[in-house]
Design a protein around this ligand. Sequence first.
Ligand SMILES: [Fe+2]
Ligand SMILES: [Fe+2]
Length: 479
Amino acid sequence: MEDQNLEKFFLNGILVDASVKESNIKENELDALIKTLKEKGITFLDLRTLHDILSEPETGSNGSVEIIKNYEGDTSASKPADWTVYFNDRFNRIKNILMTKDSGLMSLSNAKLLSMGSEVKVIAMISNVSISPIKKFMILDIEDNVTSYRALSSIINQDVLQDQIVIIKGKKSKDAIFITEITFPDIQMKDNNQPDIPDAYVLFLSDVHVGSKLFAREPLEKFLKWINGEVEEYSNIAKLVKFIVITGDLVDGIGVYPDQEKELAITDLKKQYEELCTMLARIPKHIKLIISQGNHDATHIAEPQPRVDAFFGDSLYKLENAIFLSNPYQINLIINNHKTNLIGYHGFSIPYYADTIAKYNKMDPDDIEAIMKLHLRSRHLAPTHGSTQVVPLARDYLVIDETPDIYATGHIHKTLVSKYKDTLLINASCWQYQTSYQKKYGQIPDVAKIPVVNLRTKEAQILDFLGEKVQISRKGIKT
Ligand SMILES: [Fe+2]
Ligand SMILES: [Fe+2]
C-alpha cells in the first residue's frame, strides 16, 4: 500500500497493522473501506479484520439457488406395470430430444414394411448389443413403444450401449437395417458470452466419509480455516465463494462394505452426521451449501435417492445456509440474475461402465471423463439398466432433459476437471485415505482436492489441501 493511502487511514483515526501494508487495496476501494471501518467503529485494521470486511457479501451479489429437478420421495410398488411406465417415460423424453436433431424420421413399424434397399431413419431403444461370432458385425436388437427389430453395423463401437435411445439411419434389408449412422441425443452447445457479474466461486466437495478412521481430518480442518480467511494462500478465492456443492457420501455409514466396522471411528450413524454438522457449521453463513447423498448415506441406495433420513441426519437440517436435494438433481446457481445450470450426481453408475467397457477399465481421470461424456451423449446418468439401482417411478429422474453448464459427480475418490462441448465435467475428490476395500482392488484415492469454478468466467482449477500449504494442482485438469 502506498504511503499516501496509509496517511488517509491515519487522518481518519485508523491505525494500520504492518501485515496490511503488504496487501493490495485498490485506490477505488479505499474510500469505501474507510467509510465501512468508521461505521463499524474500527480504529485498528489488521489482516483478519480486512478479510472479514472484504468478504462480507455485497448487496445483490449473494448467491441464490433455483431448483429445476429434485426428487421429493414419492414411491413405487416396483410392479411390472411400473417398469413399463418408467421406461416409456425415459423413451418418450429422449425421443423428444432426438426429434429436434433430424427430420424424415419414421416409426419402426413403418420401417419394417419398406422394401429392401429403402432408406430408413428411426428412433429406437437398443435392447441388446452383441457381436457376431466371427466378429464382423455389431448386432443391435432395437425396439420402440410398439414393435422390435434388428440392426447391423460393420463398425463395432464400444460406446453403443444396451438401453441407449438413438436415431438409427441405414438401408433396409430382408429382416434387418444395415446401419450407416447412429446419432446420440447428446448435449447442446451453450452460450459462452461472459456474463456481467462479479467474480463468484463455487467449490465442489464430495465423499467426506466422516466417521471413518481414514477420514482426512487435518486437510478438512485446513479447508475450514481457509474458507474462514485464516489461510493466506488463495484467500482472494476464499472470500468470493458463494456456493459449496457436496455430492454425497457425507458420512462413512454403517455396514456399507465387508468389515467396515474395523475402520470406523464413529460407529453410531447419527453421531457421524453430528460430527459432519459440527464442521459444516464453521463455514461462513453467506455461503450456500448444496448437499446431496451417496451410497454411504442414511437413505435408500436405489436412485433417485431422497434426502438423508430425518432421524439420522437431524443435526444437518439445523444448518440454516444449507439446501438439501435428492441424488441426482438439477439446479441453477444464480448470481445477479445470471444462471449457471448444474447437475449434481453422486456417480454410482460410473464403475459399471469401467467394468463392462474394456477401454475404460483403469478408472483413471481419463476413463471417468469418458464415462461422464457417455452419460451426457446418452442424455442419461445410467443409460444401461442395471448400471445403478433405480426406483421405477412415473418419471425417470436420471434423464438429462436440459444441457447443464456443469456436470458434477463424486463416488470414485478421484479428481477430474474437464470439458465436453461447453459443459464442465467435475469429479470432486474425497476426504478419506485408502480403505482396506480399496487396497484389495488396487484403488488409490486422490484425497483433499477441491475443484473451484469461477461463475463469471467458467474457468476451473483445483485447490489441493493435502500438503503443508494450500496449492493449485494441475493433476486431474484436462481442460
Ligand atoms: Fe465415497
Ligand atoms: Fe460413493
